[in-house]
Write a protein that binds this ligand. Structure first.
Ligand code: PRP
Length: 171
């Protein structure tokens, strides 16, 4: 397996700080919950909220669609439900990557069903050419071509999440 840098630590830091400012401009004055989609988004979510100065509540949801495979099984399972009452609140779903769109579509529909007044999505990475279902996130860190990426939370069979930059994994 070869690993090559796609997005450096410096690029990540700069873009995540910009995204925090964009998000604050939209949500200032609202009761905001940042909903981190475990496990992959944990680093992005931590960096994003630490760059925000407004009050923001944190919650977590865990879903699984990939198991230990490189490709989505297409079946999305909720492994851990959020704890906070979302009725009437703004919820920002914080995802590491949107690929087929199946996971985020499921999470988005689920959060709307819990009565959130406003649901938006911040995705660190977006692979628009890989969609199986249409979905457009409001905030995107980097838009990338379909390729298997690891690091900054993203894994392959639970490895590589702790690499501090984004790398392409190739055979
Ligand atoms: C990954 C990623 C997204 C989803 C994106 O999660 O974190 O949630 O896949 O792919 P999709 O758009 O094709 O649905 P995964 O199920 O691998 O769990 P993890 O975050 O715990 O690694």
């Amino acid at each position: 397996m070869a690993q090559t840098t796609l997005i450096s630590r410096e690029q990540i830091d700069g873009r995540v700080a910009e995204m925090a400012r964009e998000i604050e401009a939209e949500f200032a004055g609202t009761e905001l919950i940042a909903l981190c989609v475990l496990k992959g988004a944990m680093f992005f979510c931590a960096d994003l909220v630490r760059n925000m100065t407004m009050d923001v509540a944190l919650d977590f949801i865990q879903i699984s669609s990939y198991g230990n495979q490189k490709y989505s099984s297409g079946v999305v399972t909720i492994l851990k439900e959020p704890q906070l009452d979302m009725r009437g609140k703004s919820v920002l779903i914080v995802e590491d990557i949107i690929d087929s769109g199946l996971s985020i579509r499921e999470v988005h529909n689920y959060i709307e069903s819990r009565g959130a007044a406003k649901v938006k999505t911040a995705a660190f990475l977006d692979k628009p050419k890989a969609r199986k279902v249409p979905f457009t996130p409001e905030y995107v860190g980097f838009s990338i071509d379909p390729q298997f990426v690891i690091g900054y939370g993203l894994d392959f069979a639970e490895k590589y999440r702790n690499i501090p930059e984004v790398q392409v994994l190739s055979d």
